[in-house]
Design a protein around this ligand. Sequence first.
Ligand code: ADP
Length: 174
Amino acid sequence: MKRQRGGRAIFPGSFDPITNGHLDIIERALCVFDEVIVAVLINAAKQPLFTAEERVALIKRSCRGRRRVRVDTFSGLLVEYAVAQSAGVIVRGLRAISDFEYEFQMALMNRRLNPEIETVFMMPAEKYSYVSSRIVKEVSRLGGELSGLVPALVQQKMHRKFRPTSTRGRDPGP
Ligand code: ADP
């Protein structure tokens, strides 16, 4: 069956760093929407591993060739950013029941702030359902292998962050 695509959606998050779970959601969103803006939240209260610029660069490299994906940063209210971008939909990923409570709360608050912006939840492939930026950072910090769970570039960059003096592998650039 041919599906009709439409509209612009925002996929917001910390993306510290982007994982294959995020990429799975982006691919699914591209099947439904004309354009997907991957929006990196700049949150002064959080201490990220990667700077906002580094996170944007990693997302751009990971999404290279996907012409309908745009990468941006934002701060402040997400619904205000969505209006400024003329996007009617917020996409979020749902991995497990544990995500549900927080996501439900956020979606309803965003609806209260702007009833015209709809939140849509998408489920990743099961193989990514246990993947989070937090857990991949933890595994990388301890020297574990992550191929298949994050893009190769992300794995290399994390390795560099945790072992800055290591000479293993060539730095592939930003
Ligand atoms: P945030 O701090 O906003 O939760 P994240 O970068 O952790 O930022 O997540 C951004 C979005 O991506 C969230 O909707 C989250 O549920 C979703 N997400 C994160 N990891 C995965 C994954 N493995 N599969 C599907 N969705 C995911």
